[in-house]
Design a protein around this ligand. Structure first.
Ligand SMILES: Nc1ncnc2c1ncn2[C@@H]1O[C@H](COP(=O)(O)OP(=O)(O)O)[C@@H](O)[C@H]1O
Ligand SMILES: [Mg+2]
Length: 298
């Protein structure tokens, strides 16, 4: 068997709950003996409702929270204890749910992408070149480097966050609800981009979402998290078509799954800069197309 990119072994995180006097009165088992493995190049989906422990797992993998117990093995190396270091950050990067709050509003997009490059000692001489390259990877024009976050749509901001995560060429990307703050139509295109990048760059993904229909389109294997524990795991089709656990059935029942037929019937809207145009842009576009066809009729 090959070495997995990531392995969690009996990973737990317990938070003490305290009363008004600071005395511990209980324990929240946010993550409770979670084990999973993600093969190199694989896409693992971690599903579960809000509060099931998904983000706490992500934060421990990123070294933003210390496990109560258990092990995190990254690319064959036990990293419990050394996460958060520079060498570690080169291997794992994370994309958060809210692209707005993860970008500094006073920094240009180029300056934001430069932060991880500088932190990891990327040569200054080729910095601009690398920033353009990263923007191109996420299908944004190179001149976006001069723009500021408020000038970008949600989908564009999330593309920038992905570019920034890719800056140091990590092996594993942890995506914590990366599209939950975006419109449904934009979500699908961000997922398509992630699929393409994964193939191109040989990335491994841990994709965290409460949205099972997205997960079904993206992940290869899934784990269903319920109250800090993985209650069901397996290949995505198997888990979705033959759920073994009542909780998985419940999760599935509450998710609207769009069929291929319904998808095909959705009106196609022309895109501007890779995003859905605003109503005004759309009207202008259609007016332009109408006058163009009038011209050709004459
Ligand atoms: N720093 C913390 N202190 C106390 N409890 C926490 C902390 N972080 C998370 N929790 C609790 O742990 C549980 C799991 O939270 P979280 O990992 O954010 O879930 P999810 O990402 O699936 O919504 C929740 O009950 C949450 O209230
Ligand atoms: Mg969360």
């Amino acid at each position: 068997m090959t070495t997995p990119m990531l392995e969690l072994v009996n990973l737990s995180k317990h938070f003490p709950t305290r009363n008004g006097f600071g005395r511990q009165i209980g324990l929240v088992k946010a993550v409770d003996a979670v084990s999973l493995r993600i093969e190199t190049g694989g896409i693992y989906g971690l599903a579960g409702e809000s509060g099931s422990g998904k983000s706490t797992i992500a934060r421990m993998i990123m070294g933003l929270a210390t496990p109560t117990s258990g092990d995190i093995v990254l690319d064959g190396e036990n990293v419990s204890g050394q996460s958060g270091t520079r060498a570690y950050g080169r291997k794992v990067q994370m994309v958060f749910q809210n692209p707005g709050s993860s970008l500094n509003p006073r920094r240009s997009i180029g300056a934001s992408i430069a932060v991880p490059l500088d932190a990891h000692g990327h040569p200054r001489a080729t910095r601009r070149q690398r920033i353009s390259e990263l923007l191109e990877m996420v299908q944004l024009p190179a001149n976006f480097a001069e723009r500021y976050p408020h000038e970008l749509s949600g989908g564009q901001k999330q593309r920038v966050a992905i570019a920034r995560a890719l800056a140091v060429a990590p092996k594993l990307l942890v995506l914590d609800e990366p599209t939950s703050a975006l419109d449904v139509s934009v979500q699908a295109r961000v997922i398509d981009l992630l699929v393409d990048l994964g193939r191109e760059l040989g990335l491994t993904y841990l994709f965290i979402s409460h949205d099972l229909s997205l997960m079904r389109n993206f992940a290869e294997r899934v784990g269903v998290l319920y109250r800090g524990q993985i209650v069901e795991t397996g290949p995505v089709d198997q888990v979705f078509e033959h759920p073994q656990h009542d909780y998985t059935r419940l999760l599935l029942a509450s998710v609207p799954v769009i069929s291929a037929e319904e998808e095909a019937m959705r009106p196609r809207i022309p895109l501007i800069d890779g995003e859905i145009p605003t109503a005004e842009q759309l009207i202008a576009l259609r007016a332009g197309a109408a006058s163009a066809s009038q011209r050709t009729e004459k």
